[in-house]
Design a protein around this ligand. Structure first.
Ligand code: NAD
Length: 356
């Protein structure tokens, strides 16, 4: 089977980590008889330099025609002085909107081999951690009405949190479907004791949950969830939450795993289409130095195989190869201990390809 990927290497370390990821995909193709066709397109700072805009129409068109999108990272010092709405990072918002990416999946997986990188006490995370935060990505307060008005206390600004039942229903389905492939547990996080939008959220999630009798559903208020995440993170399997709560909670969950260079993510649309990218940015401080950890992007490609292409065995293979390389003691500088000799981006790619 041939799969068509739109590939956005982007800026900074983006091209370096994407290069290693494509090698890994090619190896998977060779092993299982698939072929991957890559169409490289511009977005971010490199697109500004080449075309004047961070998200050319050609990029959007090619992404829409592809089976999935793989993205490195965008942004960098060179473009930091541009006005907010002209900066490379606007390409990400544009891609989410144009591609209808309403569900953001961020697994927080603590590899046993990197347990020391976890800032929590060893007994709290003993045996590892495996959580997925499912964040609503195109609604809520970030996209609601916003503005300024005069009040009794003088000038004020406001942002509206609003959710339509349908927006909640579709993200809840993503979470329950995910739980069915995992430990069959969903925790819905809201602020239903205070917010009307959260009460609607809670009711609709419960309605969707009726279609998944095997999945256990719990509700937590966001303040309690943030606390539970550091007190007893092992209680979580799939967490589903709104755009703003998910923004904060997914960062908290990923911090527990220690290194940003290890964290993949997926943003999904209706159907199987998705955009896959590491959680980290373009890391301009280490760009071009063969120091970037490519594992987050490689693990993002594994998510793509699993969620968009339904290739679970192939995804397992990539994850096992990453674990093997870590178990053998190989580390890029971001995850190496002071007394360990670190390896580079390309060598990490070589080792993962060889392990597959
Ligand atoms: P960053 O994630 O790029 O870097 C933070 C720190 O983590 C840096 O010290 C960096 O060297 C390190 N780091 C990040 N990824 C690494 C990897 N794979 N291996 C080893 N070390 C790694 O965040 P930042 O410095 O806040 O942002 C830099 C640029 O990236 C900015 O322009 C920002 O807007 C952009 N950004 C882009 C995305 C994206 O494309 N999705 C996300 C976040 C930030």
């Amino acid at each position: 089977m041939n799969y068509n990927l739109a590939v956005i290497p982007g800026d900074g370390i983006g091209p370096e980590v994407v290069e290693q990821t494509l090698r890994v995909l090619d190896k998977i193709g060779e092993k299982y008889g698939h072929s991957f066709t890559y169409t490289k397109v511009l977005a971010g700072g490199c697109a500004i330099d080449a075309t004047g805009g961070c998200l050319p129409q050609e990029t959007i068109d090619i992404c829409k025609k592809s089976d999935a999108v793989l993205l490195g990272a965008v942004g960098g010092w060179k473009w930091d002085t541009l006005p907010g709405n002209e900066r490379p990072e606007m390409a990400l918002l544009g891609l989410r909107k144009e591609l209808g990416l309403f569900a953001n999946l961020r697994p927080a997986l603590l590899f046993e081999e990197l347990a020391e990188a976890c800032p929590l006490k060893a007994e709290i995370v003993e045996g590892g951690l495996d959580i997925v935060v499912v964040r609503e990505l195109t609604g809520g307060i970030y996209f609601g009405e916003k503005g300024f008005k005069e009040t009794d206390l003088g000038p004020a600004a406001y942002d509206v949190e609003q959710y339509a039942e349908e927006e909640v229903r579709r993200i809840a389905k993503v979470a329950f479907d995910m739980a069915m492939k995992r430990d069959k547990k969903v925790t819905s996080v809201d602020k239903a004791n205070v917010l009307e939008s959260s009460r609607l959220w809670r009711r609709v999630v419960a309605e969707v949950g009726k279609d998944y009798p095997e999945v256990e559903l719990n509700n937590l208020y966001i303040d309690n969830a943030a606390m539970q995440m550091v007190r007893n993170p092992k209680q979580f399997d799939v967490i589903v939450t709104s755009n703003i709560f998910g923004d904060i909670l997914s960062d908290e969950a990923s911090m527990i795993t220690g290194s940003i260079g290890m964290l993949p993510s997926a943003s999904l649309a209706t159907g199987n289409f998705g955009m896959y990218e590491p959680v980290h940015g373009s890391a301009p401080d280490i760009a071009g130095k063969d120091m970037a950890n490519p594992m987050a992007t490689i693990l993002s490609a594994a998510m793509m195989l699993r969620y968009t292409f339904g290739l679970g065995q192939e995804a397992d293979d990539i994850e096992a190869a990453v674990k093997k390389v870590l178990a053998e003691g190989y580390r890029t500088p971001d995850i190496a201990k002071p007394d360990e000799t670190a390896i580079g981006t390309a060598k990490t790619g070589d080792l993962i390809v060889a392990a597959i």
